[in-house]
Design a binder for this molecule. Sequence first.
Ligand SMILES: Nc1ncnc2c1ncn2[C@@H]1O[C@H](COP(=O)(O)OP(=O)(O)OP(=O)(O)O)[C@@H](O)[C@H]1O
Length: 593
Amino acid sequence: MTTSLRWFRIMMQGSLVSISVVILLLAIQPGVGWLTFHLNKQLFDQMAGHAIWKELAIIAALLAGLKLLELILTEGSRLVQAQLSLRIHNRLEHHLYSSIQPSSITQLETPAFNHDMTTLKNSLNQIEQSISSIIGLVQQVLILGVYGYIIFTYSWLTALILLLFSLPLFWVELLSALRLEKYFHKVAQQQIESMLASDLILKPQALKETMIFGSQRYLLQRWSEAAEAVIRKTFTLKLGEFNLRSVAIIFQPIGFLLAQLIFFNKLVGNTITLGDYAALSAAALTVFSSMTQIAGNSRIFNQIPIATRNFKTFLAKYIQSPEQSYAAQPASVQHIRLNRLTFAYPNAAASALSDISLDLNDQDVVAIVGENGSGKSTLAKVVLGLHEVEPDMLYIHNHDINDIERQSWFKQVSVVNQDYMKYSFSVYENIALHHPNEEVQHKVRGLIQAYPMLVPAELHDELDTVLGNSLQGGRQLSGGQWQRIAIARALYKDSPYLLLDEATSELDPITELDLVNRIITDRAGKTTVLVTHNLSVASMAKQIIVMHEGRIIEKGSHQELLLGKGMYFEMWNKRHQYEGERVHEQSYVSGLV
Ligand SMILES: Nc1ncnc2c1ncn2[C@@H]1O[C@H](COP(=O)(O)OP(=O)(O)OP(=O)(O)O)[C@@H](O)[C@H]1O
């Protein structure tokens, strides 16, 4: 099955009743058209001959009834169309969301991802609108079929003229679909900018800063500039369409004039009656109107293939193909090895990691320290297979990471990122990321019993409280409290490998040391990687890695590194020197010294 056909099937799933109703409504319309033509003819013939008022009135009443029926059919199909469009929008979004199962974060952490996602969404919105185009197309083709056939039976030449003089419109519409696609690519950046700016103007967190820094005028200006750019580009697109259409539309009146001349010639030559003439003129107008609408709707023949192609390109770029087969699915990983690994973010000028060789055994507790931007988080994520790396650089249990099905490896990994998520869900759901059934609730309560400090005490008996202030009735937490929830989530997963990336940075110092100590003890036999600026936390690790400008410059236990008198020794001393001075000052002020 071609991809376009598959898309068509996805769009139509679950909408069979609505589609049948629309088809039924559409199927009646050609009959109505055929009757209208013949009643029109009779009406004019009656008027031209010896008009019998009673018969004229009956025909006129029938024509009015047919018009009414036509209107009801149009409105009825419009109603079903609206319902269908909503369904299809839903199905397309569902298909998009369920297809997104990335296998690494390398491509996702780029500005290009945002841009491509915006373009794709625009494209999918076009498909959603195409349902009314498809229905309109079928409807007009049926109407055209009836009127076109009637005209054809009178004069094949007129039918041909009407067809030929409408063709430029088709060309315009197909071209417009291609221009629209280019427009989406051009406008995506400004669309993102305007959305970001409107978020900054409306989001409560941003509004706090707006109040203090008086930045509203500037933010508004940023938003206006982006929104104006979108309007300008949209206008250019519409102007182009207008120009093209203006050229194409000229042909239709010429075609109509020629058709009129042919009909008039037949009337003068007595080949047709006045009734024929009047009904044929009306039919010619209907043919042109149908042709215009068919041409307008024909852009779907470009839109659907473009959108499906965009979707395929998007998935190929960001999502690992599910059909791909992998050599290995390591069940129990005892060893991770980095072999002279170098890693650069896409489009970055310099490598974030250079020439890193490292062995990580299960049960290890490793801390990664170093100054800002030295590559700590990148290294931790690379080690746990979250980034894409070249072959022969990262081995998970002796398998090259590129030969491993990452989703199965991720089952063994848990993480608290620096930008951990704050879900507007209940405490249960925030921790388990699962429907809070009996079993889940029991497990979450067990975790909280073991780590009571991870959830605010007043919520221990109200774990179904929704967190955050996005939803009505939600309970907002402090920064540190949210971070504790994120730690609870990582511990709940209880995986053999855990990465805590500055996961305790917002905790008060006593809780931080207690908690990390507790986690390390409880996770005996499992691997824990700590990325931290707190050297007291780092000192608890069996092995400490010191990063500088993307390279490992020191490695060893706390004692070994102190004895080595390198950068770690310097960092440790500096920190304790300042802390010592502060203790001294406090003691002095309080009169103890
Ligand atoms: N998604 C990204 N795209 C491009 N470059 C990135 C990305 N994330 C980090 N970098 C760059 O990679 C380098 C290492 O960043 P990383 O986040 O690993 O540093 P870090 O040591 O964890 O810093 P910090 O202590 O501030 O958290 C930096 O130069 C940073 O600018």
